[in-house]
Design a protein around this ligand. Structure first.
Ligand code: PMP
Ligand code: GLN
Length: 379
């Protein structure tokens, strides 16, 4: 068979998590919580399974969950999407992004990808025959260089991929970023996919600014969110996509043939659970304590770092100490020091080495402390 993705191997998340398991290392690589979801949420799933809510959900999501998502979004942003025609429940943000790219991209369309970029975007763009056009984010804070973005846009640009809060960089978009993008897309035939899976994880008083809060962007954007990050249930793969009516109608044509629908008992459980805003409004505080604990410990290592603005990842750099490739260091750290992380060169198309590692701090305080002790003497 001729490969449709000749340059793609197994994802780094699978590789590093397997390596962590093989070597009994503390796994700070793949981004998932190392603790269980709230008991109240788990009980709701069994309740709905026992009530018989176990058959196919409606293609766009159960009406109650779509209505509760509408209410949640309205509470946070003051903006109301129509639950019937503008909100679609999907099988994780992965499916939302896959379906949205497939909805928009025709062969030879150009797509602006800000790098480093989450590893899902580029392969899906290529599967659709699209051409990724890479623009690097500013180092070390991963903010956006708007001059570079504007210069990269051509007649053929059809889509821009946005991710805020950013994985792996932690950067949180500002109002100026929204305004810059708004001005760029306003007079052009250009759409946006905004990956906002870390929407409830921002630090030091920063607010997440969804692209839906900007009047121009709202009309042109698929906002992709995930309950996995917000309620510590990454394995459930439930998310949602918000987009104006015409975009949603096309999006659903694809979604119905990717997964058709998303597991029913999880939808009922989440619909009940998200009624209480405290369930997600406390998440930033919860993770800020973990970020602070991790960063405090990092101070006694030789790594350099700037505390993440959002997401549950902390980057550290070591280029001042060694030129060892990050993939090699990540593997060596797993085997010799018992701590697994992600080398960030995998998030660049040319795999260029920036000598930066990504640690996930969505883990128990005990595991974070143990991991920090193990890497004190590293590099
Ligand atoms: N986007 C980003 C930036 C992510 O980090 C992840 C990983 N969890 C996803 C999308 C995928 O989300 P989901 O697990 O809901 O498919
Ligand atoms: N989003 C997670 C991360 O960045 C990984 C999800 C996955 O393994 N596909 O680590």
């Amino acid at each position: 068979i001729e490969s449709k993705l000749p340059d793609v191997g197994t994802t780094i998340f699978t590789i590093m998590s397997k390596m962590a398991a093989d070597h009994q290392a503390i796994n700070l690589s793949q981004g998932y919580p190392g603790f269980n979801a709230p008991q109240g949420l788990l009980d709701l799933v069994t309740k709905h399974m026992n009530l018989g809510n176990n058959q196919y959900a409606p293609m766009s999501g159960i009406p109650l969950l779509r209505e509760r998502i509408r209410e949640k979004v309205r509470l946070e942003t003051g903006f109301s999407y129509d639950a019937e025609s503008e909100i679609t429940v999907v099988s994780g943000a992965t499916e939302a992004i896959y379906s949205a790219i497939t909805t928009v991209i025709q062969p030879d369309d150009e797509v602006i990808v800000l790098e480093p970029a989450y590893d899902l975007y580029v392969p899906v763009i290529k599967l659709c025959g699209g051409i990724p056009v890479f623009v690097s984010l500013n180092m070390p804070d991963f903010s956006v260089d708007w001059e570079k973005v504007n210069a990269a846009v051509t007649e053929k640009t059809r889509l821009i991929m946005v991710n805020t809060p950013h994985n792996p960089g932690g950067y949180v978009w500002t109002q100026d970023d929204l305004n810059q993008l708004g001005a760029l897309v306003e007079s052009r035939n250009l759409l946006v996919i905004s990956d906002e899976v870390y929407e409830h994880i921002t630090f030091d008083g920063r607010a997440h600014l969804s692209l839906m809060t900007h009047p121009v962007l709202r009309e042109k954007t698929f906002v992709c969110c995930s309950f996995g990050k917000t309620f510590h249930v990454t394995g459930w793969k439930v998310g949602y996509c918000l987009a104006p009516k015409e975009l949603t109608a096309e999006f659903r044509k694809v979604h119905q043939f990717v997964t058709f629908s998303t597991p029913t008992p999880f939808q009922f459980a989440l619909a009940e659970y998200i009624q209480d805003p405290k369930a997600y409004q406390t998440l930033s505080d919860f993770y800020q304590k973990k970020r602070d604990l991790f960063c405090q410990g990092l101070k006694s290592t030789q790594f350099e770092f700037t505390p993440a603005q959002g997401s549950f990842f902390q980057l550290v750099s070591y280029g001042h100490l060694s030129q060892e490739p990050d993939l090699e260091l990540a593997k060596r750290m797993t085997i010799d020091y018992g701590v697994a992380c992600i080398p960030i060169s995998v998030f660049f198309h040319d795999k260029k080495d920036h000598h930066i590692l990504r640690f996930c701090f969505a883990k128990s305080d005990e595991d974070l402390t143990k991991a920090l002790n193990k890497i004190q003497s590293l590099v």
